[in-house]
Design a protein around this ligand. Structure first.
Ligand code: 3UK
Length: 531
């Protein structure tokens, strides 16, 4: 069954598992490899069988269509089995970040009212203290072995139990293309995470627009994404994009440290690699980095999550022999909506709108701005979230009719490239001229002595806002007045005279979200506290 984008985005009977799983088997991809992790691999036919068993197993333990389940799972083949088993049954999976604390899981379990928690055995200890206190949680399912944690009143199963409870009879629950299929929590820079609800049709929308339209993914591709499946970025990269064309994704359950990443690239020879800027930077510093990062078949390298500093893209091209395609996506839009593409790339920008998405830059009064004017980026596209769960006010501010407000400041140049200028809330003006912290940070990290930098606006003794920089130096660099002067000069020459940091504070690390984004608001809060 192949449905056109037009048909897909109008309410009709549609279960994403039909297209992503069953259509592969029907189209002759049944014997092809769909997923491979450190220990196991799965063909499309096996994926179909296992997801049927899993879906009926979920029904056997009492789950109904529209029930919600939380996934606290590492990247192994169990992830797609559980995800697509749930979708097939019309049960709503909510994959969450595996690096959070018990308190954060408690918040999400309570907020989502998930009835079942799927947890990788090695992560079970983290949630043990909260299990007894969750009002909605009834059962947990352990993947990758068993665990001896005490679960109190909550019933515990193993992944194998669930499969054994089900049967391989082919079925999909009667869902609609417009119906909520899964959620992803959006971390945000302040407050609790918000559950962004996504509908069945959205997964195929991102696969057709970005993965096929921009990357030209085919069934011969082998994908490795350092971004995990619980992020919207990883979920597309290493699951839905490959499945949409019958290709293969390789999964790494462990931490994507440079050694492990180079190792898997060398072993699996992927054709497409997805990373984030800090990883590319760390890989470039690794002694074993070279052509194709170790893969002879590598054809595309992608970066998202935060803006890619130009020097990293240029250096990667020199060393690994490939451009890095920077693109911006969000949990709210599900995947990438502005992107550079092969043969049409400008470092220091997020590229141009992905076909299927429209972008506008608007001023404070909401009116659309022209080229070379900074404003907020808003996006129209069929993969937008259906809204935040139980947060009407935030939903209405972010999803205004057809347009989604990104909260990002952007500027479009005369050639149509969109350049990121930081978040709406991090920007500040110096002498009436916008300064984007990002720009100053990019200038700082291009200095030889600097590993990382964060910039905020702070008031000087005249009450005027000026840039302040927090800098992490590279190992072995010693600081003195000369270094500080050299950093200031460097920014003046790179970013503009008024943008140089009037204060520089050295740090050993910077506050970051679980997804690695610098939390400038924390630095601002610290800075404004009286000493
Ligand atoms: C920022 C970028 C500049 C930007 C994501 C690819 O990152 C993803 O989703 P999140 O919800 O964060 C969204 C916000 O992150 N951002 C992301 N990419 C870039 N800024 N250049 C970039 N290339 O502030 C955006 O609003 O965590 C990325 C695919 C799916 C995703 N969800």
């Amino acid at each position: 069954m192949t449905v056109s984008l037009e048909e897909l985005t109008h309410r009709r009977p549609y279960n994403a598992a039909d297209e992503f799983v069953d259509a592969n088997v029907a189209n002759g991809n049944g014997g092809r490899m769909a997923f491979k992790d450190a220990e196991r691999s799965l063909t499309y036919r096996q994926l179909q069988e296992e997801t049927c068993k899993f879906a009926s197993g979920l029904q056997a333990i009492g789950l109904k269509q529209e029930s919600r389940v939380l996934f606290l799972m590492l990247d192994t083949v169990d992830f797609p089995i559980a995800f697509w088993g749930a979708i097939r049954a019309g049960v709503v999976p909510i994959p969450v970040n595996t690096l959070l604390s018990a308190d954060q899981y408690a918040y999400m379990l309570e907020d989502s009212r998930a009835e079942v928690l799927f947890v990788s055995a090695s992560l079970a200890k983290t949630v043990e203290p909260i299990l007894g206190k969750m009002p909605w949680l009834k059962q947990i399912v352990v993947s990758g072995g068993d665990t001896d944690i005490s679960t109190g009143k909550i019933q515990k199963h193993t992944f194998e139990n669930i499969l054994a409870r089900g049967n391989a009879k082919l079925f999909t629950a009667p869902t609609l293309s417009d119906e909520v299929a899964f959620w992803l929590y959006s971390s945000g820079s302040t407050g609790n995470p918000k559950g962004a609800k996504h509908v069945h049709a959205s997964l195929m929308v991102t696969a057709r627009t970005y993965a096929q339209g921009v990357l030209g993914i085919t069934r011969d591709d082998v994908v490795y994404s350092a971004a995990k499946l619980f992020f919207a970025y990883g979920l597309g990269n290493a699951m839905t994009f490959t499945m949409a064309v019958g290709a293969c994704a390789v999964l790494l359950p462990g931490r994507p440290a440079p050694d492990a990443v180079l190792d898997i690239i060398k072993r699996e020879q992927p054709t497409i690699f997805f990373g984030v800027p800090t990883l590319y930077s760390a890989l470039l510093a690794h002694k074993d980095i070279g052509k194709g990062a170790g893969s002879k078949r590598l054809r595309l390298c992608i970066s998202a999550g935060e803006a890619l500093p130009p020097h990293i893209g240029q250096k990667w091209k020199e060393v690994a022999g490939h451009d890095i395609l920077d693109g911006i996506g969000s949990t709210e839009m599900l995947h990438i909506f502005l992107s550079n593409r092969p043969g049409d790339l400008r470092y220091g920008t997020s590229g141009k709108p992905v076909p299927g998405y429209d972008a506008k830059i608007i001023g404070e009064d909401g009116a659309e701005l022209g080229n070379n004017e900074i404003g907020e980026l808003i996006i129209r596209g069929a993969s937008a979230s259906d809204g935040y769960w139980n947060q009407r006010d935030k939903t209405r501010r972010t999803f205004a009719g057809e347009w989604t407000y990104t909260g990002d400041k952007y500027i479009r140049d005369d050639d149509g490239f969109y350049q990121c200028c930081g978040r709406t809330d991090d920007m500040f003006k110096v002498s009436g001229i916008w300064v984007s912290p990002f720009e100053v940070e990019a200038a700082l990290v291009s200095h030889d002595a600097v590993l990382e930098a964060a910039v905020i606006g702070r008031e000087d003794s005249d009450g005027l806002i000026k840039p302040k920089a927090y800098v992490v130096l590279k190992e072995g660099v010693t600081s003195d007045d000369k270094l500080f002067e050299s950093l200031k000069e460097h920014v003046k020459s790179r970013a503009g005279a008024w943008k140089y940091p009037r204060w520089i504070e050295l740090r050993t690390d910077l506050p970051k979200t679980a997804t690695g984004k610098i939390q400038r608001f924390k630095l601002r809060d610290e800075d404004s506290k009286p000493v």
